[in-house]
Design a protein around this ligand. Structure first.
Ligand code: GTP
Ligand code: MG
Length: 442
C-alpha cells in the first residue's frame, strides 16, 4: 500500500456513534439562542436601484417600506452614472434593520451609453473588496462590520410594451454574476393589461436568449417552495408606486388617481406590487442575503484570491494549504525582488562605468586643449622676446646716432663762436652742412 493511502486511512475520522439521552439537556434551545442573538445584533439589507431617471425608483422605495426616504431628483444632465448610497435605521417590532438604498443616478442619460454599467459593477466590486479586506485582517471585526454588499438589484424596465433596450440587456448581463437581479416593469399603470402580458413574455424570452441570469426565488425550502415557484412564473413584476392615499369605499388606500379611475398599489388585480413586497421582504430577504454571501461574494473572493496566486490544489490535484501557498508566493516574490535588485545594481554599475568613461574622455580633451594653448602661449612669448631684442638693438642704434648728432652740433656751435665776423659767409655755406651731416651719420 502506498504511503499516502496509509496516511489517508490513519487521518480518516471515525464514524460518530448515535446515543440516546437519558433526559432533557437543553441544547434544543440552540435555534432560539440564534434568533435572540440575531435580533440583538440587527440586520442589514442593501438594495441597488437601477433604472432611467424619473422611472419611479424613489417612489417605489417609499411605497415598499411605507415611509419617506430622503430623495433628490436627478437632473438628466449627469456626465456619467454615479452611485449614491443612503443608509437608514428602520425598526419593526423588535427587529432592527440597517437599510441601504443605492441609487444609480443618471443611468441612461448619456449620449454614449457604452460604459453605463461600469460604475455600477465597480461599486458592487468595491463593497466585496471591503468585506474581503475585513476578512483578511488579523484582527477581524465582522461581528459589528457594516456589510455594504448589495443583496439585490431592482432593475426598473421602462414600460414600452416593445422589447428590452440593448442598454438593459448589456447592464443586466454584466451584473448577473455579481448580484441578485429582480427585474420589474415600472409605472405598470401606463400599459394595458393585454400589452403587459405580451411584454412580460417578451422580456423573459429576451433574457433567456441572451443568457441573462436573474434571481430565482428558491424552491428548496418546503415552507416557501410553492409560493416561490408560483411567483417565479410572474416575473418580471409589473409595479405601480405611490405614497398618495385615496379613499376607496370607506378605506384609505395608497393609489394613483386618474380622471378615469384609481390604480390601487396594493390591489393584486391592478399590479404586482404586493407580490414584489412579499417576495423581496417577507419571504426571501434572508435568501437574498445568503445568496449574496455564498454565491456572488464567493465568486468574487475566489477570483480575487486566484488572481493573487492562491489555489486549493497544485497541478496534480493535491490539496494545497493556504500556508504553503503563502510561503511559495513569498519565496517567488522574494526571488523576483532579488532579481530586480541585482538588475538595478548591474544597471547602476554600468551607468557608473559609462559616466567614468565619459569623464575620462572629457579630461583627455581638456588636457589636449591645455597643451595646445600652452604651445600657442610659448610661441607668442618667443615672438615677443624676439621683438623685444630687435627693439633694444634699434634703441641702441638710435642712441648712438643721437650721441653722434649731439657731438656734431656742439662742434658746430663751437666753430660759430670762434668766427663771429664770417657769419654771412657761413650762412651761405649752411646748405653744405646737411651734405656733411648726411655723410658722417653712420
Ligand atoms: P430620479 O431619482 O430623479 O431618477 O427619479 P426616480 O426614478 O426616483 O422617480 P421618482 O420616484 O422621483 O418619480 C418620478 C415621477 O414618476 C413622479 O412624478 C412620480 O409621481 C411618477 N411615478 C412614480 N411611480 C409611478 C408609477 O408607478 N406610475 C406612474 N404613472 N407614475 C409614477
Ligand atoms: Mg429618485
Amino acid at each position: 500500500m502506498a504511503a499516502t493511502d496509509l496516511e489517508r486511512i490513519s487521518n480518516a475520522e471515525p464514524e460518530p456513534r448515535s446515543l440516546s439521552l437519558g433526559g432533557h439537556v437543553g441544547f434544543d434551545s440552540l435555534p432560539d439562542q440564534l434568533v435572540s442573538k440575531s435580533v440583538t445584533q440587527g440586520f442589514s439589507f442593501n438594495i441597488l436601484c437601477v433604472g432611467e431617471t424619473g422611472i419611479g425608483k424613489s417612489t417605489l422605495m417609499n411605497t415598499l417600506f411605507n415611509t419617506t426616504f430622503e430623495t433628490e431628483e436627478a437632473s438628466h444632465h449627469e456626465e456619467c452614472v454615479r452611485l449614491r448610497p443612503q443608509t437608514y435605521d428602520l425598526q419593526e417590532s423588535n427587529v432592527h434593520l440597517k437599510l441601504t438604498i443605492v441609487d444609480a443616478v443618471g443611468f441612461g442619460d448619456q449620449i454614449n451609453k457604452d460604459d453605463s454599467y461600469r460604475p455600477i459593477v465597480d461599486y458592487i466590486d468595491a463593497q466585496f473588496e471591503n468585506y474581503l479586506q475585513e476578512e483578511l485582517k488579523i484582527r477581524r471585526s465582522l461581528f459589528d462590520y457594516h456589510d455594504t454588499r448589495i443583496h439585490v438589484c431592482l432593475y426598473f424596465i421602462t414600460p414600452t410594451g416593445h422589447s428590452l433596450k440593448s442598454l438593459d440587456l448589456v447592464t443586466m448581463k454584466k451584473l448577473d454574476s455579481k448580484v441578485n437581479i429582480i427585474p420589474i416593469i415600472a409605472k405598470a399603470d401606463t400599459i394595458s393589461k393585454s400589452e403587459l402580458h405580451k411584454f412580460k413574455i417578451k422580456i423573459m424570452g429576451e433574457l433567456v436568449s441572451n443568457g441573462v441570469q436573474i434571481y430565482q426565488f428558491p424552491t428548496d425550502d418546503e415552507a416557501v417552495a410553492e409560493i416561490n415557484a408560483v411567483m417565479n412564473a410572474h416575473l418580471p413584476f409589473a409595479v405601480v408606486g405611490s405614497t398618495e392615499e385615496v379613499k376607496v369605499g370607506n378605506k384609505l388606500v395608497r393609489a394613483r388617481q386618474y380622471p378615469w379611475g384609481v390604480v390601487q398599489v396594493e390591489n393584486e388585480n391592478h399590479c404586482d406590487f404586493v407580490k414584489l413586497r412579499e417576495m423581496l421582504i417577507r419571504v426571501n430577504m434572508e435568501d437574498l442575503r445568503e445568496q449574496t454571501h455564498s454565491r456572488h461574494y464567493e465568486l468574487y473572493r475566489r477570483c480575487k484570491l486566484e488572481e493573487m496566486g492562491f489555489q486549493d490544489s497544485d497541478g496534480d490535484s493535491q490539496p494545497f494549504s493556504l500556508q504553503e501557498t503563502y510561503e511559495a508566493k513569498r519565496k517567488e516574490f522574494l526571488s523576483e525582488l532579488q532579481r530586480k535588485e541585482e538588475e538595478m545594481r548591474q544597471m547602476f554599475v554600468n551607468k557608473v562605468k559609462e559616466t567614468e568613461l565619459e569623464l575620462k574622455e572629457k579630461e583627455r580633451e581638456l588636457h589636449e586643449k591645455f597643451e595646445h594653448l600652452k604651445r600657442i602661449h610659448q610661441e607668442e612669448k618667443r615672438k615677443v622676446e624676439e621683438k623685444r631684442k630687435e627693439l633694444e638693438e634699434e634703441t641702441k642704434a638710435f642712441n648712438c646716432r643721437k650721441a653722434a648728432m649731439e657731438a656734431l652740433q656742439s662742434q658746430a656751435l663751437h666753430a660759430t663762436s670762434q668766427q663771429p665776423l664770417r657769419k654771412d659767409k657761413d650762412k651761405k655755406k649752411a646748405g653744405g652742412w646737411s651734405s656733411i651731416y648726411s655723410v658722417t651719420i653712420p
